[in-house]
Design a protein around this ligand. Structure first.
Ligand code: GLY
Length: 343
């Protein structure tokens, strides 16, 4: 029987639900107006400056965000003295294995992981998205698909810098994350101190963009943690962890210790926090706070950085530790931003 008391309770709970119900349908969610005609691209670390230029070749001409985020990170994948692609550090058995994912404004997504001898994993991820019924291909299957799609199989050899770093690492064979290793100016995966010590690192570029039509896309590509266990995957090829795009709300991507980004479904968490009304910087900060709560005393040993764009054109980033930077490009801005951090 539905008595008056139950009716009052039900009305109270329903009005409360307007503020806190996490299961609201999209029609009840905050409407975030898209920004038309003002493209923007963000990417992680200082290598993002060159990558953003590549993306701008597309965005600046009114092109689609998806094409821009593919073209942008291809610049980094091609760079031999960088952290991403075939020139990067190998796994503990001496092989470079690559992970990448891409996501567009329709929530289409594609991913490859544990991919060897292919120069542009991001483009293979896009083919997975566009030409298969699947989201993710890994290992020899991903390589077989890439070759069938016409991607050349490159030689299995380390760059001279990676070879030296690997030989040095073999002397101790220790697992030890290096905070901010991706920042090529101050550290860099092949900076002298690491070449000498052969310390462990992880190398990623994440890129998110909004095009002139107000549509969002993102890409993320990495060689993962240097000297990782064979077969190890981080967050970068995992949709929701290393990258997430919801064209109604915003886009986010992550860099740093992938295991800890996966633990909180990091990029999806950032987008959901923006859905609840937080700015990109606040959303990235909250996600990093979750990781700090989980890691507690061990947090000082790792770095995590998030960047995000909201549908209204706002953007921002936040990191666990000092030293994380992200590159921004719009029609009239080109800059490297030093992100705020918790530690
Ligand atoms: N964020 C890259 C990785 O951990 O593999």
């Amino acid at each position: 029987m539905f008595n008056r008391r139950k009716f009052v309770e039900a009305s109270f709970l329903s009005s409360l639900g307007t503020f806190i119900n996490p299961f609201k349908t999209s029609s009840e969610e905050e409407f975030i107006p898209p920004v038309l005609g003002k493209p923007v691209v963000l990417s992680t670390w200082d290598t993002g400056i060159a990558a953003n230029k590549g993306a701008w070749e597309v965005l600046g001409k009114g092109g689609r965000a998806l094409d821009a985020v593919e073209a942008g990170v291809m610049v980094t994948e091609s760079s031999q003295n960088c952290c991403v692609g075939l020139g990067a550090n190998p796994d503990r058995d001496g092989f470079v294995t690559l992970d990448a994912c891409i996501m567009d404004e329709f929530s289409n997504c594609g991913s490859v992981a544990f991919l060897e001898r292919i120069k542009h994993p991001i483009s293979v991820a896009r083919r997975v998205m566009e030409k298969t019924p699947h989201v993710m291909l890994v290992g020899s299957g991903a390589q077989q698909f890439a070759v069938a799609e016409g991607f050349p199989l490159e030689k299995q050899e380390l760059s001279p810098e990676a070879k030296q770093a690997y030989e040095n690492w073999l002397k101790k064979s220790e697992y030890k994350p290096v905070v901010n290793i991706e920042n090529t100016k101050s550290h860099g995966p092949f900076a002298p101190q690491y070449l000498e010590n052969g310390e462990l690192n992880h190398d990623t570029i994440g890129m998110i963009a909004m095009d002139a039509k107000g549509n969002l896309s993102g890409s993320c590509t990495t060689s993962g943690m240097g000297f990782k266990m064979r077969g190890r995957l981080g967050d970068s090829p995992i949709i929701g962890a290393g990258l997430f795009v919801d064209n109604e709300i915003g886009a986010a991507t992550a860099t740093g210790q992938g295991e800890d980004v996966i633990r909180i479904a990091g990029s999806h968490t950032v987008v959901e926090l923006m859905r609840q009304g937080l700015s990109p910087e606040q959303a990235c900060k909250k996600a990093v706070e979750r990781i700090l709560r989980i890691k507690k005393d061990k947090a000082k040993e790792i770095q995590i950085g998030f960047i995000a764009i909201k549908k209204n054109g706002e953007y921002g980033g936040y990191a666990l530790q000092k030293g994380f930077s992200f590159a921004v490009k719009t029609g009239n801005v080109e800059k490297l931003v030093q992100a705020k951090s918790l530690i």
